[in-house]
Design a protein around this ligand. Structure first.
Ligand code: ROI
Length: 165
């Protein structure tokens, strides 16, 4: 029997070497992962760095996938994709060519050395919640509607990047 389809939500971020191109290319590469379809992608958002501020602004987006991969097999694919974008693991919270975070996987809670889902920082990050809200306005996380979580965050800093920019 083939494995079931799962819903996965991926956060994308880049702030080096043409961030917008990295994110746009990664969005189309996500469509081509094995056993996976991309259902939707948010708009692109520019945002000031959260964490160390001595780095360029980020481009962020969120993608919604349907996949037959397991969470760890999907993580392997995401990490391979980061590598193909020249990701070098430098200092924690430092700049990067491409960051792909597995935010949500169905309703599963996963605590493994390599993977924690839901992503532990996501509810504090406007650059994740705002694009996620665009794709899934009725989503509920930990009994809290996404609309309420998003309303509690500072979002003034997020700028949507227009297609003709
Ligand atoms: N800040 C923003 N705005 N966007 C990101 O994707 C991002 N990613 C990170 C840290 C360094 C925490 N800050 C970020 O990993």
């Amino acid at each position: 029997m083939s494995p079931p389809w799962h819903h996965a939500w991926i956060g994308l971020g880049s702030n080096l070497d043409g961030p917008r191109e990295h994110v746009e290319r990664a969005l189309s590469e996500l469509e081509r992962l094995p056993l996976t379809h991309r259902i939707a992608a948010s708009r692109l958002y520019a945002s000031s760095p959260v964490g160390p501020t001595d780095q360029p602004d980020y481009i962020n987006a969120v993608a919604h996938l349907e996949t037959r991969l397991s969470p760890l097999a999907l993580l392997d694919q995401l990490q391979a994709l980061e590598q193909r974008h020249g990701r070098v693991r430098g200092r924690r919270w430092g700049p990067r060519t491409l960051d792909l975070d597995l935010l949500l996987f169905d309703e599963q809670r996963i605590t493994l050395p390599r993977l924690t889902v839901p992503h532990p920082e996501m509810t504090r990050r406007a650059f994740v919640l705002v694009p996620l809200f665009e794709l899934a306005p009725s989503l509920v996380l930990d009994d809290k509607p996404l609309a309420r979580l998003t309303a509690g965050l500072e979002t003034r800093d997020l700028r949507t990047v227009l297609p003709q920019d």
